[in-house]
Design a protein around this ligand. Sequence first.
Ligand code: ZN
Length: 380
Amino acid sequence: MKCIINGRVVLPDCVADNLAVIFSDKIEKIIPANEISLSDYEVIDAKGNYVAPGLIDIHIHGYMGEDASDADAEGLRKMAEGLVANGVTSWCPTTMTIAKEDILKAYDCIRAVKNSGEYYGAKILGVNSEGPFINPSKKGAQAEEHILRPDADFILDNKDIVKLFTVAPEVDGAKECVEKVRANSDITVSMGHTDATYEEANAGISWGVTHATHLFNAMTALMHRNPGVVGAALSDDNVSCELIADTFHVNKGLFSLVSKIKGDKLCIITDCLRSGGMPDGDYTLGGQPITKKGIECRLADGTIAGSVLTLNKGVYNLLANTDLSVSQAVNCASLNPAKAIKSDREIGSIEVGKKADIIIADGEFEIISTIIDGEIRYNR
Ligand SMILES: [Zn+2]
């Protein structure tokens, strides 16, 4: 059994000092530090740093030159191994709007790697299928020629591996799709890449949409006479919202407003591309060329593509630009996304009985150690 001492333990509602976190593959006990006998444990000294739950990225396409849409098992394993350096202990490989048969190949590959258990890094929770059921007018960096009419069976045939998917509620077939998926699975339905009005978005919520894909980006804006998808997503307490917290996709001046409105329904994501963790230069996204420069990735026509954000940096960006407590900011990258995809019974917080997915991070939220299922997978 292992034990972490001398940490500032980030619990769901407070940061507590002078606690010892005792764990096997699960968190066994959280007790006052002066009550343990150290000789009984393999002791990890956090040296005054944060001891926080492992981060959960539910929307990430690529990292370190690899992309979940490539259907490349080796690439998925490389991503899983690379992400631990950012404090990520669980993730949803996220597919793009590409040819239908290529999406299915990507699902199959992610399924095979997940089920094999033969990878050493951040745990694959399941697929986030971003498209292909989106609105061409809000395609963003998704390929228009591969957009399809919403089809519940496409998702339900893969319900063993798909954790969430995006649909534009205003497109033909969306209602039947959302209702059938919700009636026949636990899959989270997200609205995104959508030109819906406020009313159409609310209709989607009434059918079973409970999540919004990268709030603000690729959806109708909040205007005072046309509140749009943003207005609907912010107003409904049952809808969790993704935010790309890189300060570029969404101005950091909005972080505080959004966090005040959404509370524990705010999920920060990276939407990271294969150019994440790589030098500036030319890469591809869903077969389209993109250029990375600093924190920006763009298509040739200037369209903003996904990001190169790391999730621990996202937590730092929230802390730096809001009045959120450390617990609240960390929840946005752990407990809240776990709840959004209904995985919070097992992961998402430092609580007795949950998986021992734990990170040690410094004051800037740079990662010192990452522990997955009780095993140390990364040390700075
Ligand atoms: Zn994305």
